[in-house]
Design a protein around this ligand. Structure first.
Ligand code: ZN
Length: 573
């Protein structure tokens, strides 16, 4: 019988960490049906001579909940070999949601995740109220990736308690309603329940998001509802404000892990920000100790620094200052004209002295871009390349004997697509390496779909392969592919994905080992309603295949969307 797709002469890196081998791969009805020297004909043939064929990458920490409504491709993750994502992280979700609360939900997502409210109101057909209805809606939408999702605590709490969710403890009736909704979501196919206690997660009014109002008893009850079903993952945005607060958070979270028995995941990042930051290995030791006591716990790591991103076309750190405000709303060409004027430049440089000094408070991508402090120029880098070795603005200012602000203006005038990055966490590559090398951390956490004009984490997979594998030689290609595929498929319990095996879903990525790497990010105005966002693509990927269908070929969408909903154990078919 003819095949739907035949990938010929590729070098298979199968996702298990086993050494590579040469083989053809045959695909029929969305699945891998044959691996070897294939003689059958096929409707479509990809010549993968000199190319690597690996399982499609899996990213477990995204916020694509809104974007999926208007972007069937699944950018920017889709440009980096990703074929499956998990959304609804950190308690932020669009379901459950009452019709009268839609705008408020949209505004909360804008405040925390920088997803423009106009884009959400213009781009989403809000046809759901409950979580199962949202899941059914995602099932119907055309999508180029596979999507798993959590039921989010902040959404759930608002749904169950209305505005009381932002101020009050849950009473027994509230708790019962929320437990029932969690159980309903898990039965419908949610991969788990997500929450957040991160101090950077605030509402449009600057108050804590609903999940942060919950006491730990509420967390016990809602994770316990998954424990009753013996299904579902608990993901939580951790308190990483440092010192004692973080230690208390960890201790209490351990009790949830031990009592519920459910797998628990949280962001495991290194930071030099905040008061008394704990070292990164404090987190990994804590995970090991919890597992030794009988808990199931994973750290969500990424492969590089998480940065606030600045550019002439989006935010600059100085936008709020009077002299800057005057020019920053002008058309781009006019801005550049003014920036070149020596008199204007003098005023712009002088204005910088008025900025609020940097405090010890930990700023997330949101506040760091929209309410910035006077930059630490030694921790602000023009992104000249993607290799994580750019000189800082302070270095350039010293070398050229100029004010750092002038350096930034010069670089913007030289190339108006230039972006500047200010690492918020994971400032040091060696810390990131330590986290990545730990056996219980996952390479995930792109935050794709969120912070659309403030951060750009979607390239974590191509960065791992170009920087850590090729440039730094810290992992073999086989190890790195396993981290992005089988490890994540295992942690999120996604059956039949994450390996090149007969019978497995044909989610595959075909790439050049020597050339795969992220491109520089750019600012584009392509959201519904014309809002801007950061876009980052990659080089060296020949094809991305989702459920047997070629979704992207040589960096271009084929317009074919074969993505599916990834359902948890109780609903998986
Ligand atoms: Zn998140």
């Amino acid at each position: 019988m003819a095949l739907d797709l035949l990938i010929k002469n590729g070098t298979v890196v199968d996702g298990s960490g086993m050494p590579r081998y040469r083989a053809d791969i045959g695909v029929r009805a969305g699945r891998i049906v044959e691996i070897g020297r294939i003689r059958s004909s096929a409707e479509k043939v990809i010549d993968a001579d000199a190319l690597i064929v690996a399982p499609g990458f899996i990213d477990g920490h995204t916020h694509m909940d809104a974007q999926i409504a208007w972007d069937p491709l699944g950018s920017c993750s889709c440009w980096h070999g990703v074929t499956s994502v998990v959304m609804g992280n950190c308690g932020f979700a669009l379901a459950p949601c009452k019709p009268e609360d839609r705008e408020w939900f949209a505004r909360c997502l804008t405040a925390v995740e920088d997803i423009p409210t106009e884009a959400m109101l213009a781009g989403i057909d809000w046809n759901w109220e409950s979580f199962p209805e949202y899941l059914a809606n995602v099932e119907r939408l055309p999508k180029g990736l596979n999507y798993g999702m959590y039921i989010g605590h902040s959404a759930l709490r608002m749904y169950a308690m209305g505005r009381r969710a932002l101020e009050e403890r849950a009473n027994e009736d509230d708790l019962r309603a929320m437990e029932a909704a969690v159980a309903e979501a898990i039965r419908a196919g949610a991969l788990g329940f997500s929450s957040s206690r991160a101090t950077t997660h605030i509402t449009p009014d600057g108050t804590p998001v609903a999940s942060r109002i919950a006491d730990w008893h509420e967390i016990d009850r809602l994770v316990g509802a998954m424990g009753e079903l013996d299904a579902g993952i608990f993901q939580i945005g951790p308190d990483i404000s440092g010192g004692e607060a973080q230690r208390l958070f960890y201790e209490r979270l351990r009790r949830v892990a031990l009592e519920s028995g459910r797998p628990i995941m949280f962001g495991t990042l290194a930071t030099k920000q905040g008061v008394d930051p704990n070292p990164w290995d404090y987190s990994t030791r804590y995970i090991d100790e919890t597992v030794a006591l009988g808990g199931r716990m994973y750290g969500q790591g990424t492969t590089r620094s998480i940065n606030a991103v600045f550019s002439l076309k989006s935010y600059l750190p100085f936008d709020g200052l009077p002299a800057w405000k005057e020019i920053r709303t002008l058309p781009l060409a006019e801005q550049k004209h003014r920036l070149a004027d020596p008199e204007v430049r003098r005023r712009l440089v002088a204005d910088e002295a008025k900025m609020k000094p940097k405090s010890s408070e930990l700023q997330g991508g949101g506040a760091a871009t929209t309410d910035p402090r006077r930059p630490d120029y030694a921790n602000l880098f023009p992104m000249l390349d993607v290799d994580w070795d750019d000189p800082s603005v302070a270095d350039l200012a010293r070398r050229q004997n100029k004010h750092p602000v002038e350096i930034i203006i010069d670089l913007c005038l030289e190339n108006d697509n230039r972006v500047f990055v200010q690492p918020l966490v994971n400032e040091s590559p060696e810390d990131v390496l330590g986290i990545l090398k730990h056996a219980r951390t996952l390479a995930t956490f792109s935050d794709s779909g969120a912070h659309v004009c403030q951060e750009m984490g979607s390239s974590l997979q191509t960065h791992l392969l170009s920087y850590w594998v090729r440039k730094r030689q810290q992992f073999t290609l086989e190890e790195a592919v396993r981290m992005l595929t089988f490890d994540n498929a295992s942690a999120w319990e996604l059956p039949g994905r994450g390996l090149v095996r007969t019978g497995y879903a044909a989610d595959l990525v075909v790439f050049e080992e020597e050339r795969i790497r992220p491109r520089l990010p750019t600012v584009e105005q392509d959201l519904p309603g014309g809002a801007r966002r950061l876009v980052q693509k990659a080089d060296g990927i020949a094809a991305t295949i989702v459920n047997g269908v070629v979704a992207i070929e040589n960096g271009e969408s084929t317009g074919q969307y074969a993505g599916q909903v990834l359902k948890g154990r109780l609903a998986a078919s």
